[in-house]
Design a protein around this ligand. Structure first.
Ligand SMILES: C[S@@+](CC[C@H](N)C(=O)[O-])C[C@H]1O[C@@H](n2cnc3c(N)ncnc32)[C@H](O)[C@@H]1O
Length: 445
C-alpha cells in the first residue's frame, strides 16, 4: 500500500474502525464498506481485509494491553492498529506510521478524542514491547490460526490430518479466477486478447483462467461483452457435473432447475450447456439478490426464467412437472471461501452450522421428489464442514432408497497455488473449499 495516497491514513483508519465496529454488530464486509465514500473505499477495503486476516491477534493483544474495553469504535481502532502493525514483514505500512496515524485518528474524531491518550499509551507500549507480546500471543490457537475456537475444533474433528493445511491455504487471498463463456469465445481467444492488454493468466480446470494480478472487472477486456465471468475453479465444476452425460428426452427439451441461484454465477454456466429448446428456471428467495441473476444472464447472453421464491415451498412456484436436473447450491456457512471472505469466521456462530444444516435438509427434502426417475440432483455448498456436506448427504441417503450417489468430488479442500502446494485433492489447481454430491434418481423396479 502507498503511504502517500491522496486520502490521509488517519482518515482511512477512522473509516476502518467504524467498519470493524459495524462488523462486530453482525454486518458483513460488503455491508460495512457500502457507505464508505469512493476516494476512501479502496484503501479502507484493503486495510479491512488485512486486519480481518489478523483479527484474532488484534483482539487478543487489545484485551491484554487494555483490561477494560473502551467504547466499541475505539476498541475497533485499537484492535485494528494492533492487527496491522504486529509484524514488520506483514504490516501494510511501517508500524510506527500506523501507530502515529491511529493516534491521529482518535485525536481528530469528536467522540474519540477523549480516548486519544489511551490509544497513544497502548500502541506506543506495544511497539516498545512488541517481541514479548507477539511471543505471548502465540500461545493462543485462536491467534495462530485466526479462527474462533469452535471453528478450529470442528475442523480438527472433520480433518484430523488436513486441518492445518486447510487453514494455511485460507490465510492468503485467493487469486482472481475467471470462467470463459464458451458461447461467446474460446479460452485461447480470450488469453490472446488479454495478452494484447498486458494481462497474464494461467488456465485452470476446463474453462477457467487465473489472472496473475487482480484487476477491477470493468478493466478486463471482454468483460462487458460477456466473454467471461469471475468464478472460482471449484464453482466452475457445477454445470459439467450436473449436465454432462445426462440423457436427453427424445420428445422434449431438458428441464433444469437452479434452486438457489443468486447472483447467478452457476445459472449462466448451466445456460451455456443448454440448447434453445431446453428450460432453465432460476429460483431465489431474496428479492434484492434476484435482479443480479438477470443482469448476469443478460451480460453473458444467456437465457433462463428467474423467479423470486422459496425453493422449499414447492406449491408457490412449481407447475407440477418433474425436472431432469436440479442444482441445489444451498445456503451455508461459507467455511470453504474464507480466503476470499475473511469476515466469515467473525460473523458466524457455532450454532449457525446446525441451523444452516437444517435449512439444507429442508431444501433437499422438498426438491428430491421433483427429480424425474433417471434424473439428477447436484447438491453443493461452499463449505468444508462435514455437517454441511458429507454428513448431510449420508443422513439424507439413509432415508431415500430411490437415490444412488454418482461420482462427484465430495469435499474439496481449499488449495492456494501460492502457499500450499502439498495440499492436493482430486481437483487440480488453485480453488476454494467446496462440496459436491451428485444424486441420481433410481427408476422404480
Ligand atoms: C450459495 S448462494 C448461491 C450462489 C449461486 N448458485 C451462484 O453460483 O452464483 C445461495 C443462495 O440461495 C438463496 N437461498 C437461500 N435459501 C433459499 C431458499 N429457501 N429458496 C431459494 N433460494 C434460497 C440465498 O439467498 C443465496 O442467494
Amino acid at each position: 500500500m502507498n503511504a502517500t495516497a491522496a486520502v490521509p491514513l488517519w482518515q482511512q483508519l477512522q473509516a476502518l474502525a467504524k467498519a470493524l465496529a459495524d462488523l462486530g454488530r453482525g454486518q458483513s464486509a460488503p455491508q460495512v464498506l457500502a457507505p464508505v465514500a469512493s476516494p476512501l473505499r479502496p484503501g479502507v477495503q484493503a486495510l479491512l481485509y488485512h486486519a480481518l486476516r489478523h483479527w484474532a491477534r488484534g483482539r487478543w493483544l487489545r484485551t491484554q494491553l487494555v483490561a477494560k474495553a473502551p467504547p466499541p469504535a475505539v476498541d475497533a481502532l485499537l484492535s485494528a492498529a494492533l492487527a496491522l502493525c504486529w509484524s514488520d514483514a506483514l504490516a501494510p505500512y511501517a508500524p510506527h506510521t500506523l501507530v502515529d496515524q491511529a493516534v491521529e485518528a482518535a485525536k481528530r474524531h469528536p467522540r474519540w478524542r477523549a480516548q486519544a491518550g489511551l490509544v497513544n499509551a497502548c500502541l506506543r507500549r506495544f511497539l516498545r514491547e512488541r517481541a514479548q507480546w507477539v511471543r505471548a500471543s502465540e500461545a493462543s490457537a485462536e491467534v495462530v490460526w485466526n479462527r474462533p475456537t469452535w471453528w478450529l475444533e470442528r475442523l480438527q474433528q472433520d480433518y484430523p490430518e488436513h486441518w492445518q493445511a486447510i487453514l494455511a491455504a485460507d490465510a492468503m487471498p485467493g487469486p482472481m479466477t475467471w470462467r470463459v463463456n464458451r458461447r461467446r469465445t474460446t479460452r485461447e481467444a480470450l488469453l490472446a486478447r488479454w495478452g494484447e492488454a498486458g494481462l497474464v493468466a494461467e488456465p485452470v480446470g476446463e474453462d477457467g483462467l487465473v489472472l496473475s494480478k487482480p484487476c477491477p472487472v470493468e478493466d478486463i477486456p471482454g468483460f462487458a461483452e460477456g466473454w467471461c465471468a469471475v468464478q472460482d475453479a471449484a464453482a466452475q465444476c457445477a454445470a459439467p457435473l450436473l449436465l454432462r452425460g445426462l440423457l436427453r428426452p427424445t420428445d422434449r427439451g431438458l428441464r433444469v432447475l437452479d434452486a438457489c441461484a443468486a447472483p447467478g454465477g452457476k445459472t449462466t454456466h448451466l445456460a451455456e450447456w443448454l440448447e434453445p429448446q431446453d428450460t432453465l428456471l432460476a429460483l431465489e428467495v431474496d428479492a434484492a439478490r434476484a435482479p443480479k441473476i438477470s443482469a448476469n444472464l443478460q451480460r453473458m447472453g444467456a437465457n433462463a426464467k428467474v423467479r423470486v421464491a422459496d425453493a422449499a415451498d414447492v406449491p408457490s412456484w412449481s407447475d407440477g412437472q418433474l425436472w431432469d436436473a436440479i442444482l441445489l447450491d444451498a445456503p451455508c456457512t461459507g467455511s470453504g471461501i474464507v480466503r476470499r471472505h475473511p469476515d466469515i469466521p467473525w460473523l458466524r456462530r457455532a450454532e449457525d452450522v446446525q441451523s444452516l444444516a437444517q435449512q439444507q435438509r429442508r431444501l433437499l427434502e422438498a426438491l428430491w421428489p421433483l427429480v424425474r426417475p433417471g434424473g439428477r440432483l447436484l447438491y453443493c455448498t461452499c463449505s468444508v464442514f462435514h455437517a454441511e456436506g458429507q454428513a448431510q448427504v449420508e443422513a439424507f441417503a439413509e432415508y431415500n432408497t430411490d437415490l444412488r450417489q454418482e461420482p462427484a468430488f465430495g469435499h474439496l479442500r481449499p488449495q492456494n497455488a501460492g502457499t500450499a502446494p502439498a495440499l492436493v485433492d482430486n481437483l487440480q489447481g488453485d480453488h476454494d473449499g467446496f462440496f459436491y454430491a451428485l444424486l441420481a434418481k433410481v427408476a422404480p423396479a
